[in-house]
Design a protein around this ligand. Structure first.
Ligand code: IPE
Ligand code: IPE
Ligand code: MG
Length: 257
């Protein structure tokens, strides 16, 4: 890219930011970061390289989200079904997660970003758990963007886990069955205390949810990219364009406008 192109690019991002800020922002954006493997395959590279470039794409998306004032950003990084992949790929994903945290923790901390995990990390190797817990502790008191990373997360598992926790509280006498309603139920999910996602983005042209946030997306606006936009290429302008698209929609929640 020439210097002129860099300026052009920065200016068009600025213009998009200005436009996006004119209308109410989504409070909570969730992203299914898909297509790392295909990105690598297209270049004749191993899938792991796609994941590496994918993890780098996260940095810019976190930065722009914090900059424009998104309150919650939830990234699907590893699903309960991703255990079905070859061991080497799973190990590469864990290594990248550790590397991401080691490299970016100071940035997250300095920018008042609070990290949170959705999912069960007990299944992860000890050193990975340790790194995650360190990052959670370090950013615990931050009050800016809430950055949720979904790790070993599955929407069905989230619902089953919530049900079990509810039963336990009933047995302990903390909760009455008659008091359970949809919002009480939501408080037992990994996303307790958070608003439901307003916008769910999926890259790579797959039109499915793949067991992400099933309970929480009842009225979420969905945005699917074309199949030529794979996660490692998803940039700040793509996010801003998705938000603009969201802002042009009419949410009715079953009512009429
Ligand atoms: C998304 O990219 C990252 C994870 C699921 C961890 P994929 O690895 O699913 O990439 P594709 O879908 O095979 O291209
Ligand atoms: C969903 O992508 C999970 C993550 C992005 C972490 P997958 O690539 O695993 O989904 P499927 O298998 O294509 O549905
Ligand atoms: Mg995929």
């Amino acid at each position: 890219m020439s210097l002129k192109d860099v300026f052009k690019c920065k200016n068009s991002t600025k213009r998009l930011i200005k436009k996006v800020k004119k209308r109410p922002l989504p409070q909570h954006i969730a992203i299914i970061m898909d297509g790392n493997g295909r990105w690598a395959q297209k270049r004749g590279l191993p899938r792991e390289i796609g994941h590496r470039y994918g993890s780098e794409a996260i940095t810019d998306i976190v930065e722009i989200s914090a900059k424009i004032g998104i309150q919650y950003l939830t990234l699907f990084a590893f699903s309960t079904e991703n255990w079905n992949r070859p061991d080497e790929e799973i190990t590469a994903l864990m290594d990248l997660l550790v590397e991401y945290l080691q490299k970016k923790l100071d940035y997250l901390y300095d920018n008042n970003i609070k990290l949170n995990v959705l999912g069960d990390i007990d299944a992860f190797p000890d050193h990975v758990q340790k790194e995650i817990n360190y990052a959670l502790d370090k950013t615990y008191s931050n009050t800016g963007l809430k950055l949720n990373i979904a790790l070993n997360y599955g929407g069905r598992k989230d619902i089953v886990r919530a049900t079990k926790r509810i039963i336990k509280d009933i047995q302990l006498g903390i909760l009455n069955m008659d008091d359970i309603n949809e919002s009480v139920f939501a408080e037992y999910l990994y996303t307790a205390d958070m608003p439901d996602p307003d916008l769910l983005i999926r890259t790579s042209g797959e039109y499915r949810i793949s067991n992400f946030l099933l309970y929480q997306i009842a009225y979420t606006e969905l945005w699917f990219s074309k199949s030529n936009l794979l996660w490692p290429d998803f940039n700040q302008k793509d996010l801003l364009r998705a938000i603009l698209d969201y802002q042009g929609r009419q949410r009715r929640f079953g009512g009429i406008k």
